[in-house]
Design a binder for this molecule. Structure first.
Ligand code: CU
Length: 229
């Protein structure tokens, strides 16, 4: 069994507990819990809990620290002439261990996301965007469903069969979009010197603006705080 299969299979087996841990963490939000506190609340023994936490981190659902992962950062007005390369990389979103992996993908305007299902069970992809075309498709194992997104928008995608399965497709008009990683970090490559206004969006924390000045020489660094509303 490959690593991904093992995680997927155990994820399916342990869904009840996994889900309870995830729910608790989602309810608490960015403040999070100490591992001991979670174990106590849910009466899960330490080794089992750390296994589940590892699964959730691997699935990109939680970060082990206070940094906010899966926030989307973008530049309001990109530097002139900075457009998507003609053959941008293929974007895929898998359904694995009953979660969308990754939880957030960035796709250029007019681009296509290949939705996959690596699980042995049936999923579906359901979305009712405001600007893009709605879709609601059944997805058996190993079927690839390509969906094209024509307008800039942050599109929510759900699986109707598993209420906790949510993902986001960020349809980006230019390449200066990034998703924060598990350590809360993001970066843009080759951003010319100048002042930029950024937006930072998180599915539960809303959108906050920020300003950054990129110097002639060297890098710009920025720290943004997001509060629970
Ligand atoms: Cu599902």
């Amino acid at each position: 069994m490959k690593h991904a299969d093992v995680v997927g299979a155990l994820g399916a087996l342990a869904q009840g507990t996994l889900l309870a841990v995830y729910r608790l963490l989602v309810m608490r939000g960015p403040e999070g819990f100490a591992a001991g506190e979670i174990g106590e609340k849910l009466e899960i023994p330490g080794p089992t809990l750390s296994f589940h936490l590892k699964q959730l981190v691997q699935a990109g659902l939680v970060s082990a620290r206070k940094e906010i992962m899966n926030a989307v950062v973008w530049i309001d007005i990109p530097p002139p002439g900075m457009t998507w390369p003609a053959n941008a990389e293929k974007v895929t979103m898998d359904q694995r261990g009953c979660v969308f992996v990754p939880r957030i993908v960035i796709v250029p305007v007019g681009g296509t996301v290949d939705f996959l299902n690596s699980d042995r069970l049936l999923h579906n992809i359901h979305s009712t965007p405001k600007l893009n075309v709605a879709f609601n498709r059944t997805q058996p194992k190993d079927r690839t469903i390509p969906v094209t997104f024509a307008k800039p928008e942050i599109v929510r995608v759900d699986c109707d069969l598993h209420s906790w399965m949510t993902a986001w497709v960020v349809v980006a008009p230019h390449p200066y979009y990034a998703v924060t990683k598990g350590d809360g970090q993001f970066s843009f490559d080759s951003l010319p010197p100048g002042s930029y206004r950024l937006q930072i969006w998180h599915e539960r924390l809303g959108t906050v603006p920020a300003e950054v000045k990129v110097p002639e020489n060297g890098n710009a660094a920025l720290t943004v705080e997001m509060k629970v509303r």
